[in-house]
Write a protein of this length. Structure first.
Length: 219
């Protein structure tokens, strides 16, 4: 029996089918999936992981920026598809998570390719420069909207902005699902989605996959 979230945004049997088709992982990625499940660390859902891998395989990015590293799972996953000389900068404000991520990245033999910056992404992003092929937003959902201008500034033409959890257990799409204490996050996520859809510099799609993902290409 495949496990799925009770807050899934699509019918559970659809999730069960999709997850049943995803080949089981081995090595460090499997270890990190097990650790995340046993310790309630929020990593990308299996179908979102496959979307990331597919996009990375297509793009073969040289520079990736990730906001929200946790224990390094998605960074290690994406690193498999880096182009020649490629690197990932990933931001994580929690010191314990950062230490675990650095250790996991070291064990994966990727310390020369992945740099974890232990700081608040809201402070770091405005200071970054250069162009990125991929930006993966998977950190503070209430602040995606505040990061959008910088993400567009930092994206290379043809670069991809991927944002996870944008449907937020369905709350973004339907008022009746909204939990009172999440109202601010939900309102800001709605604003973030609309802003992306309306920006002339982006071509954006909303995918009801995992917890909801937007994929936007910088025109
Ligand atoms: C969903 S987890 C990231 C999971 C990771 N991308 C993966 O799939 O393996 C979100 C992470 O963002 C971090 N975070 C939240 N707000 C942040 C902020 N303002 N700056 C940096 N990191 C933040 C949290 O501590 C948490 O570890």
């Amino acid at each position: 029996m495949v496990e799925y979230d009770k807050d899934a945004i699509v019918y559970p049997y659809i999730t069960e089918f999709i997850r049943g088709e995803i080949p089981k992982r081995s090595g460090i990625l499997k270890e990190l999936e097990d650790y995340a499940r046993e310790n309630s660390v929020p990593i990308v859902q299996p179908e979102t992981a496959k979307l990331l891998e597919t996009l990375m395989c297509l793009k073969r990015p040289v520079r990736i920026l990730e906001i929200g590293c946790a224990i390094g799972y998605s960074a290690i996953l994406m690193a498999q598809y880096l182009g020649e000389g490629g690197s990932i900068t990933t931001l994580e404000w929690d010191a314990d998570m950062t230490a675990m991520a650095r250790e996991n990245i070291k064990r994966a033999g990727l310390s020369d390719k992945i740099t974890v910056i232990n700081n608040d992404a809201k402070e770091v992003i405005p200071t970054l420069s250069g162009e990125y092929d991929v930006i993966f937003l998977d950190g503070p959902k209430a602040h995606y909207i505040h990061m959008l201008n910088d993400c567009i500034r930092l994206l290379k033409k043809g670069g991809i902005l991927i944002a996870d959890n944008i449907l937020y257990k369905g709350m973004t799409a339907d008022e009746e699902h909204v939990i009172r204490r999440k109202i601010t996050i939900v309102k800001r996520l709605r604003h973030f989605i609309s802003a992306q859809m309306q920006r002339d510099e982006l071509e954006t799609v909303i995918l009801p996959l995992g917890d909801g993902v937007t994929v936007a290409v910088r025109k």
